[in-house]
Design a protein around this ligand. Structure first.
Ligand code: WT7
Length: 646
């Protein structure tokens, strides 16, 4: 059973070498790329950047004023032009850019020419609504082609987008719209989920009662459910598009102009707006997408992430489209109408590259081989994994039952902040070990260090850090540069701290174990314990709350909440249900606690600090660590008894 991949030494010894028939055709065939890029990483990234279309070349590759970086200084570029227009001057204009599979089995194909038409029309719509270069647009949408169109249209006119995952609640949406100061919101009436129409516009309506910056809302018709349209504010996408002209001059952007912001959870209650800029980001994601997945012209590439997360931004939209790839976009769930929906889609479209998350793989394992075995998966040639450590058992299952033992697996370690993959094998040259994301990509310098910031010796564990700037790195936290400095650059002077723990093995391979801060990773989604705690204490019944991540067989980690009640409130199953719903309403379903444990008192040190480590031990059923600093040891017994309830 999966506990921690760091404990699985036996599996670590298993090494899979790239297949020679794959290697000889691979985009990256020469192992010297690591050395060359290591010696001259600026030169390496400059060569990668040259593959893009620039209006004006850069004067300087990197301006590094730690911890603030500028890449391709003086360069002028437009991300949308690179993802769309560039492909129109060749046969690629008739290549499928997006193959869309709706949840109900409806399908739609957009060629690059089609994409150009839709994107330029929508760019004109946005300009018509008064969106100018530098204005922020929030996007709250399901996985439908219009979401990609909206992102690219923003990029075209130089309006940074802020995509908010459709699973976030109205309140979470409100906070993100307000932090960004968005002028326009693009949304849909709803989306399909397991055959049911889920409302989205309703959440926007609730959010907008407290969002003074928003002037217009554009609504895509998807489920045709009834929605309220506020006169003068809300407009239908299809009506606006009918009148919009095709063709829209792209804004010439500075390499360092903001392309987008994306909110992610940190160690405080307030999500951070991670800022990504244009030239370096596009260089990083385009290069890594091509090399990691060995992208070929005729591939059908499918990444199952949602565009609301960084994976969707970098590896559904910007990287793949800049490379002129055919991208499959799927709206629905893996088990609707049946548990082989993913395999049915792979069979239907002859998908060649498949990129998904360990939590999904563990679910497929649980459902059994019978589902993939019933489908023809022979088109697959490269598999990817992202979001959390992949346990060796899941890796081996993926390799055997999905890859049919002929596909390399690229386990990709990265973060919202890194923008691009940082640690992963190159499928034609890097031997893989199940459970390890292997080594830094060429031009990237990830390391494992001890408390003092010194590299750990082989076989030791420490903190995962990044030693050199990289082109797709976050530039700052939106409107809060101090938080950028404190959060990432203060723990180890001169090093970027990822928040992850890792071990380096005798071959120099990196084994990421997970977060070492107050951030939990539930099914590959990041949740700050402080956010859940503040949601809980806002409830009138709750006096105090401590939230931790505990081991969960499918999700990797689950949210576990410990609370004390206010005077006069009695604990009851209905209250637990109510509190869970309250958290979902405040943040979104993904933050809903798995269990809520009510106690008389939370374990605290004599100075009043809650001992989360003990709570984690209790939740995971471990022998308790040191309790000598505990103010009141009897608290623990009570909690242990409660725990037996789950
Ligand atoms: C955190 C970043 C990058 C897109 C998805 C999540 C964990 C991610 C791996 C991996 C081990 C991984 C880390 C990281 N993580 N990929 N291949 N192996 N851990 O983005 O929400 O920014 O979360 O996810 O803990 O810090 P995110």
């Amino acid at each position: 059973m999966f506990r921690s991949n760091m404990m699985d030494f036996a599996a670590e010894e298993q090494v899979f070498y790239p297949d020679i028939s794959f290697s000889i055709r691979a985009n990256v065939r020469d192992t010297r790329i690591y050395d060359w890029a290591g010696i001259d990483y600026e030169g390496f990234w400059a060569t990668e950047a040259e593959q893009l279309h620039w209006y004006r070349p850069w004067d300087k590759v990197l301006d590094w004023q730690p911890p603030f970086a500028q890449w391709f200084v003086g360069g002028k570029i437009n991300a949308c032009y690179n993802c769309v227009d560039r492909h129109l001057s060749s046969w690629r204009r008739n290549k499928a850019a997006i193959i869309f599979e709706g949840e109900l089995g409806d399908q739609q194909v957009l060629t690059y020419q089609d994409l150009y038409r839709e994107v330029t029309k929508f760019a004109n719509v946005l300009r018509g609504l008064g969106v100018k270069k530098g204005d922020l647009v929030s996007i709250y949408m399901p996985m439908i082609p219009q979401a990609v169109v909206a992102m690219l249209a923003c990029a075209r006119i130089g309006a940074p987008h802020s995509v908010v995952f459709g699973g976030f609640s109205a309140e979470a949406l409100r906070d993100r719209i307000n932090d960004a100061g968005a002028k326009v919101v693009v949304t849909a009436d709803g989306c399909w989920r397991r055959g049911k129409a889920i409302p989205l516009k309703q959440n926007v309506d609730i959010a907008l009662t407290q969002c003074p910056s928003v002037e217009k809302v554009v609504v895509v018709e998807r489920t045709r459910s009834e929605v309220y349209m506020e006169p003068g504010r809300d407009l239908w996408y299809h009506e606006l598009m009918q009148q919009a002209p095709i063709g829209c001059e792209p804004e010439v952007m500075d390499a360092e102009d903001i392309l987008f912001i994306l909110y992610t959870s940190g160690t405080t209650g307030k999500p951070k707006g991670i800022v990504h800029t244009t030239g370096g980001y596009l260089t990083g994601v385009t290069s890594t997408h091509r090399n990691l997945f060995d992208l070929k012209e005729d591939d059908v590439y499918w990444c199952t992430a949602d565009i609301g997360w960084i994976t969707g931004h970098s590896y559904i939209v910007y990287g793949p489209l800049a490379n002129g790839a055919t991208v499959l976009l799927f709206e629905g769930a893996p088990d609707y109408p049946a548990r082989d929906r993913f395999w049915e889609i792979i069979e239907k479209y002859r998908v060649t590259i498949f990129y998904t998350a360990p939590t999904a793989i563990r679910l497929f394992m649980k459902w059994g081989e019978v589902w993939p075995n019933g489908r023809d998966l022979s088109s697959l040639r490269v598999l990817g994994s992202v979001g959390e450590p992949i346990n060796p058992e899941a890796w081996l299952w993926y390799h055997k039952h999905i890859g049919r033992e002929k596909c390399p697996i690229v386990d990709t370690w990265w973060q919202t902040e890194t923008g691009m993959v940082m640690v992963a094998p190159l499928p034609g040259i890097t031997p893989t070990k199940p459970g390890s994301a292997t080594v830094s990509l060429p031009g990237v310098a990830v390391d494992v260090v001890d408390e003092l910031g010194n590299p750990v010796e082989a076989g030791h564990s420490g903190y995962l850090v990044i030693k050199k700037p990289w082109p797709a790195m976050l530039r700052t936290v939106y409107k809060d540069p101090q938080r950028y400095v404190d959060q990432y650059w203060s723990r180890f002077p001169g090093l970027y701290f990822t928040g992850d723990g890792a071990r380096r093995d005798k071959d120099g391979y990196i084994w990421v174990s997970g977060r070492v801060d107050d951030v939990i990773n539930v099914s590959g989604h990041r949740i700050g314990t402080a956010e859940v705690e503040s949601a809980l204490v806002e409830h009138p019944a709750v006096a105090e709350a401590a939230v931790i991540g505990r081991y969960h067989e499918l999700k990797g980690q689950a949210v576990s909440a410990f609370i004390t009640l206010r005077e006069g409130v009695a604990w009851a199953p209905e209250l637990e249900k109510d509190l869970k719903a309250h958290v979902a309403k405040k943040i979104g379903g993904l933050a809903r606690p798995e269990e809520i444990i009510c106690a008389w008192e939370l374990p605290k040190t004599r100075s009043g600090k809650i001992m989360r480590r003990l709570l984690k031990d209790i939740a995971e059923g471990r022998v308790l660590g040191d309790i000598s600093t505990l103010a009141d040891p009897t608290v623990i017994h009570q909690l242990m008894n409660k725990k037996s309830a789950f």
